[in-house]
Design a protein around this ligand. Structure first.
Ligand code: AMP
Length: 415
């Protein structure tokens, strides 16, 4: 089984424009050239020239028109801010309000002076068309979206060369912070338990389902990863960072042809090799996220030995032997998970990361399956005989595997 080359770390996005490859023989070249690109940082700009406000505004209008042809812009809700308003909200981007930094730029917590609302303010730190395009796509996509599992865009600022985005504040940070970062290690922040992990997985799937099946026109997210899943109080997950989102294929088209962008470790191999973006590209990325949620491992982890660096490459042989499933559970769960739930969750992940996009499930089916898993609350103090780790690790359960009774229908592990 082939796997996507794992050059670079999982936080870095890839742009394969100049590293077109379409067969496995060229894999080494691609790994090398993409690794070189990664050294220059995520989202290397195509055009380092600054873009003035008028071109950004023009593109925003073009995008709005593009969307309105398909779905209308009546719901366009984002509010314009002046730069001065955002300087005031963040006390001039005070370092103590710094929340984090992603591919787009720095994020600060702020308080809007007029409404008192606490917000997160993201400031584009790069010039050039690519940054502007992402800014515009983010504003248009999120302005038209309305779902509890998508982060709300409150407004934006496009003044002079400044580009900023204003979001609802997500107090629990990102899923990445909890699984792999400092939040998961803080004494006052508990490690994510099994029930919370399933709730996060189900919520993220619902956000993706909204983009794929409910939005008009439907949207391919293209950058699903743990650092783009933000958590509200109560660990309600919301997808964020829509800069790479693309309007999906319409009519009888099956894909949109585009240069490859996304993040190492999460990018579907078919999309990476052909540049043909489909809804199933997102499903692959979702599978990687689900694997991270279950295993606590990173999509790409360069601190691990060769074969274990790429999560999917590590997991694939284990998917074939159900007796090895318990080895895949995050050690931080300390054995506190339902064995049957583990089988079922791994079965879903296995289907999502299949190499052939047609074999991957539709997001609606994933939502059904994960809703079921999230509804099966696991109580470590009182595990039911049906779901307890000890009971389910019996030979019988190993033979029944993830498709045993009471499980989500239509979910089968890769054989
Ligand atoms: P991003 O550029 O979206 O990857 O954001 C970088 C980091 O800033 C994230 O990992 C979060 O820790 C933080 N962040 C981004 N958006 C928000 C938000 N709406 N609320 C709270 N923190 C955020």
């Amino acid at each position: 089984m082939g796997c996507f080359p794992c050059a670079g770390n999982s936080d870095k996005r890839l742009d394969r424009d100049k590293t077109q490859t379409n067969n496995r023989n060229r894999r080494d070249d691609r790994a090398q050239s993409t690794a070189e690109k990664l050294k220059s940082g995520p989202h290397k700009c195509e055009n380092p020239k600054a873009v003035d406000q008028s071109s950004a505004a023009k593109e925003l209008d073009v995008r709005k028109e593009e969307v309105s042809e398909n779905g209308g812009t009546e719901g366009f809700k984002a509010r314009p801010f002046t730069f001065a308003q955002l300087v005031a909200a963040t006390e001039n981007f005070k370092s103590e309000y710094f929340l984090g930094e992603g591919g787009f730029g720095k994020v600060h917590r702020g308080k809007l002076v007029d409404t008192g609302q606490i917000v997160a303010i993201k400031q584009l730190d790069r010039n050039g068309m690519q940054g502007i395009r992402e800014f515009v796509v983010e504003v248009v996509t999120l302005s038209l979206a309305d779902h509890p599992n998508l982060v709300k865009l409150i407004g934006y600022c496009a003044e002079g060369e400044q580009r900023l985005l204003v979001y609802e504040f997500m107090p629990f940070g990102s899923l990445e912070d909890h699984l792999h970062g400092i939040l998961g290690r803080r004494p006052n922040m508990r490690r994510l338990d099994w029930n919370t992990r399933m709730k996060i997985a189900a919520g993220a799937a619902k956000g993706l389902e909204y983009l794929h099946d409910k939005m008009k026109p439907p949207v391919i997210y293209r950058d699903l990863k743990c650092s783009n899943i933000l958590l509200d109080e109560g660990f309600l997950p919301k997808l964020s960072d829509f800069g790479l989102a693309k309007v999906g294929p319409v009519g009888d088209k099956t894909h949109v042809s585009t240069r490859v962008m996304g993040t190492y470790g999460y990018c579907a191999p078919d999309y990476a090799m052909t540049g043909q973006l489909t809804f199933k590209s997102d499903i692959y990325s979702f599978g990687v996220v689900l694997l991270e949620i279950i295993t606590g491992r990173k999509a790409i982890d360069e601190t691990r030995s060769g074969t274990e660096q790429n999560l999917v490459a590590w997991a694939r042989p284990l998917f074939k032997d159900r007796k090895k499933f318990p080895q895949m559970a995050d050690p931080d769960l300390e054995g506190q998970y339902p064995m049957r739930g583990l089988y079922q969750a791994l079965a879903i992940a296995a289907m999502c990361v299949q190499e052939h996009p047609n074999m991957r499930p539709l997001i609606a089916d994933i939502v059904t399956a994960l809703n079921y898993l999230a509804s099966q609350t696991y109580d470590p103090l009182n595990p039911s005989p049906q779901t307890s780790r000890r009971a389910a690790s019996s030979k019988k359960d190993c033979e029944e595997g993830p498709n045993a009774s009471n499980g989500p229908r239509g979910i089968k592990p890769e054989d």
